[in-house]
Design a protein around this ligand. Structure first.
Ligand code: HEC
Length: 192
């Protein structure tokens, strides 16, 4: 490889690495952009006549999936797929919550709740593929429960500044008070 070719390929590698690690959206933004609109499609499918909508005059430009090219049960299947795939975005290391705290991607409890959402999304997709109204009712309930359980625990408990934070169970020892005495700089952290 020529020197120039080598440089180009190194630059390309850096570009890829920075695209892969740059987190542009916080957790609330991912929720608003992907989870909210897609779960609404699943919730709307609880109405028996959800598919009885007039298609958009130009379905390829429709902003309501039920009026678009992939309408009806297929729209519901797509929404389930979106939720399932979005669970990977909820666990990307390094993403922040809107208050600047790290998304707790190492907490087993958080991961379990993400996994419950994944199962609910799979249930919605599978119900849509079988075009079964009873099954979509069940799946919608699962989705709704998965959203609220995690919100209760990681979004609503303890106010905005505690979003995404590990919260001690009731009766647990209080967190140690902040140290006020000056601490020597951690040498190893500076040197390495
Ligand atoms: C695994 C945990 C978890 C699950 C599951 C979850 N959320 Fe969230 N959600 C959060 C947390 C934590 C926040 C606050 C994030 C922040 O402040 O950055 C949040 C924030 C949001 C927000 C933004 C609120 C605001 O501040 O504007 C919306 C909308 C939302 N979630 C919708 C949903 C929906 C709909 C579902 C289910 C399909 C869902 N979420 C499932 C944890 C979760």
């Amino acid at each position: 490889m020529s020197a120039r070719g080598l440089l180009v390929s190194i630059a390309g590698t850096f570009a890829l690495v920075s695209i892969a690690t740059a987190q542009t959206a916080n957790l609330a933004e991912v929720m608003r952009a992907i989870l909210l609109p897609n779960s609404n499609v699943i919730f709307a499918a609880q109405h028996e006549d959800f598919a009885a909508v007039t298609p958009d005059p130009d379905p390829s430009l429709a902003t309501d999936p039920f009026k678009g090219v992939y309408s009806g049960w297929q729209a519901v299947d797509n929404a389930g797929i979106a939720l399932v795939e979005a669970t990977r975005l909820l666990t990307v290391p390094g993403r922040l919550c809107s208050n600047g705290k790290q998304v707790p991607v190492r907490e087993a409890e958080f991961l379990k709740m993400v996994d419950d959402l994944r199962s609910a999304g799979l249930a919605a997709s599978s119900a849509a593929r079988s075009q079964n109204h009873e099954r979509i009712l069940d799946a919608a309930e699962k989705v709704s429960a998965a959203c609220s359980r995690c919100h209760l625990r990681y979004r609503e408990k303890g106010g905005e500044e505690n979003r995404c934070a590990a919260i001690s169970p009731p009766g647990a020892a209080p967190a140690p008070a902040a140290r006020t005495s000056p601490r020597p700089a951690p040498r190893s952290a500076v040197r390495r």
